[in-house]
Write a protein that binds this ligand. Structure first.
Ligand SMILES: [Cu+2]
Length: 349
């Protein structure tokens, strides 16, 4: 029913606009086209100027109203560089925006049709063309250059002492794996994935490196001031690790581990002291990945090394959970990837 009303309203609107256009055409003929055009031009010129003033006020007003709604300061070292880049880009584009908009609307007002003025025909100027092509080209090249430089840092080799966390996205949750005392993540193979048997990530139990690996869900624990390297995977479709407070973001692609590293600067507690008790570092999925995409929101806890140690000590290795035993090393693993006729895939780290 509502569809019919929408169509009726649409047709009515069209008829009204058509009638107004027709009526003003008749008025123009009656009053003399020349005079009407000049009058319309004057009104339009004034309206354009008014639009400039109202528009610029709107830009200022939006900034004033929304400025404390943007993200807090960057909580990672790489994030600071990203922020600097954003501010430089915003600065340059805002300057260009101001100049071009003011000139555009002011000229439309200033050079409106007048009886004592003749238009000046000025079709082409090579020098001008070169200037307004070369300056933006150089500026953009510099901006893109900095972007690439930081990108290679973020995705490049992490420091040797970096904490390692494996992040796996699936519809619709995040899972995290930490190497145990050995500092090494065990190998895994996707055919070993079996939630019921306590193997959500497909760890190969015959690999001893797996026996102390900790697996957790929806909450990632990081150490403050210690570089962390994320090894990112996905189980089903493409997800995207979004860490806005650290200004980090990386696609999670099935079958192709991606990496990035950064150093968290403040603990969750420090951020809560600054931004209120309900502050939480967030890990979101930044890639539309299905119906439950919105629910992939998880938490990142940044803590001191001592706190992290205490937390880690409380965790049970996934191997122990899966085997239902308390002595992981004593139980020789029966499951092997080759039993499934597959080739084990080594996790890059
Ligand atoms: Cu997702």
């Amino acid at each position: 029913m509502s569809t019919i009303w929408i169509i009726v309203a649409f047709i009515l609107g069209f008829v009204i606009v058509f009638q107004i256009a027709k009526a003003s055409e008749y008025v123009a003929i009656l009053r003399g086209e020349d005079k009407t055009r000049k009058e319309t031009n004057r009104i339009n010129a004034f309206l354009l100027l008014a639009f400039l003033v109202v528009g610029l006020f709107g830009v200022w007003y939006c900034n004033e109203t929304l400025k404390d709604k943007i993200l807090p300061e960057s909580a990672s070292d790489h994030g600071e560089k990203i922020d600097t880049m954003i501010w430089i880009t915003l600065g340059i584009t805002f300057f260009v925006f101001l100049i071009t908009q003011i000139l555009l609307f002011w000229f439309a007002y200033k050079y409106q049709e007048k009886d004592d003025r003749k238009p000046f025909y000025y079709p082409h100027n090579n020098k001008l063309e070169v200037i307004w092509t070369v300056i933006p080209a150089i500026t953009l090249t510099i901006l893109v250059g900095f972007g690439l430089y930081y990108w290679f840092q973020i995705t490049g080799e992490a420091p040797k002492d970096a904490q390692i966390v494996e992040v796996t996205g699936s519809q619709f949750k995040w899972e995290f794996r930490y190497p145990g005392k050995d500092g090494k993540l065990g190998r895994k193979y996707f055919k070993q994935i079996d939630e019921v048997k306590g193997n959500p990530l497909g760890q190969i139990w015959s690999d001893p490196d797996n026996h102390d690996d900790i697996v957790g869900s929806q909450e990632m624990h990081l150490i403050v001031n210690k570089p962390v390297k994320l090894i990112i995977n996905a189980k089903d479709v493409i997800h995207d690790v979004g860490l806005v407070h650290f200004r980090m973001k990386m696609d999670a692609v099935p079958g192709m581990p991606t990496t990035m590293w950064f150093t968290p600067k403040y603990t969750t507690r420090q951020m809560r002291e600054k931004y209120g008790e309900d502050f939480n570092y967030e890990i979101s999925c930044d890639q539309m990945c299905g119906k439950g995409h919105f629910s992939m929101r998880g938490t990142v806890v940044v803590e001191s090394a001592a706190e992290h140690k205490v937390w880690l000590a409380k965790q049970t290795p996934q191997y122990v959970t899966a085997m239902g035993t308390t002595a992981p090393a004593a139980v020789p693993a029966k499951t092997d990837s080759t039993a499934n006729g597959g080739t084990p895939v080594k996790t890059s780290n």
